[in-house]
Design a protein around this ligand. Structure first.
Ligand code: SAM
Length: 317
């Protein structure tokens, strides 16, 4: 598989406290001095691009809470060989920032929304901000951060009842609504038993809207499989990280906010690029390190990774 996609967690801080993501235990954030600085991220990305990375996504924590994030977007957008520069956000700050993000060169956004019912949104995220997020989604569409994709993690007894209303958004708007299987990450987040398989989510949608179309896109461009509700403006996606294995088609690397490159979300193995960069390595040395990571990536898969605890905030989903 050609590895051409880099996801970067630019911070482990977030302005929401989603029940499936944050450790319930506390706020043991990474120290500021350990977080990669913009010039370090820019240099690492530039060298990664020289090694074949073409798609870059900023994530977090919440990327829009990182101070001067628009500046980083502008710097990355200026790297000529990046074909797709995207960002995953909870949408809270999107209404105010969408325009400047677009102007800085961001191509598109994915917005996480786990319920379109105000009280339930608040229960899941701890904040009464659904209206703000909805305005952010409209703003993103208006300024052309397209295609906008909605990410929903489905949890048993928490938001299964919201699936149909979320799916309906794809009927009314030219957006992709993607249902993500919950991945238990630590003893502090929700238990494994709260996971809902994509097949069950699909059944809920089909009971309401009738059979989904045949697969529109899938397999070659990320883990999502896309379908359509009849006569809809957008599409429905399923990301089935728990009930299926897509290591064979995995084209991504992850750069954590504290400067580790992870070859596989599920593997404890990582490469400490920050240490190399801060030790004063020149571009050739960093490039050689990145090439080594790229050639070794396929050694790390979900199947050969023993279960471990990790922080989604630091890795970025
Ligand atoms: N704050 C941003 C957001 O809310 O989209 C970006 C960071 S968040 C960690 C990135 C993605 O990871 C979101 O779509 C979120 O729903 C997903 N995510 C977080 N924890 C997850 C988990 N335990 N299982 C599956 N997906 C998860």
């Amino acid at each position: 598989m050609n590895v051409d996609y880099l996801r970067i967690s630019v911070t482990d801080r977030c302005n929401l406290r989603c029940i499936y993501c944050r450790p319930l235990g506390g706020r043991d954030f990474i120290e500021h001095k350990e977080i990669l600085r913009f010039e370090e991220i820019h240099r690492i990305v530039k060298l990664f691009v020289e090694c074949g990375i073409k798609k870059v996504r900023l994530t977090g924590g919440e990327p829009l809470v990182r101070r001067n994030i628009v500046h980083l977007v502008r710097e990355l957008a200026a790297i000529a060989s990046i074909e797709d520069l995207a960002l995953t956000t909870n949408g809270v700050l999107l209404e105010t920032m969408a325009e400047e993000l677009k102007a800085a060169g961001l191509n598109r956004v994915n917005v996480s929304v786990d319920s379109v019912e105000r009280e339930n949104y608040k229960r899941i995220t701890e904040f009464d901000l659904l209206e703000k997020v909805t305005k952010g989604i409209y703003k993103a569409i208006e300024v052309g951060l397209m295609p906008v994709k909605i990410n929903t993690v489905v949890l048993k007894g928490i938001n299964e009842q919201d699936v149909a209303a979320l799916a309906r958004l794809s009927v009314e708007m030219p957006i992709a609504v993607r249902f993500i299987e919950y991945c238990p990450t630590s003893k502090y987040t929700k238990p494994t038993s709260d996971y809902v398989a994509s097949a069950e989510v699909r059944e809920i949608i089909e009971r309401k809207f009738g059979p989904l179309s045949d697969v529109l896109v899938g397999g070659t461009n990320g883990p999502a499989l896309y379908f359509r509700i009849r006569n809809s403006a957008g599409s429905i996606g399923f990301i089935s990280g728990r009930s299926s294995i897509f290591c064979q088609s995995c084209n991504r690397l992850r750069l954590t906010s504290d400067g580790k490159v992870k070859p596989c979300l599920y593997s404890a193995h990582n490469y400490d690029i920050k240490k190399l960069v801060r030790a004063g390595a020149d571009d050739r040395q960093v490039r050689d390190f990145l090439k080594k990571i790229l050639t070794q990536k396929s050694n790390f898969t979900k199947l050969n990774s023993p279960a471990e605890e990790f922080s989604m905030q630091n890795i970025g989903g």
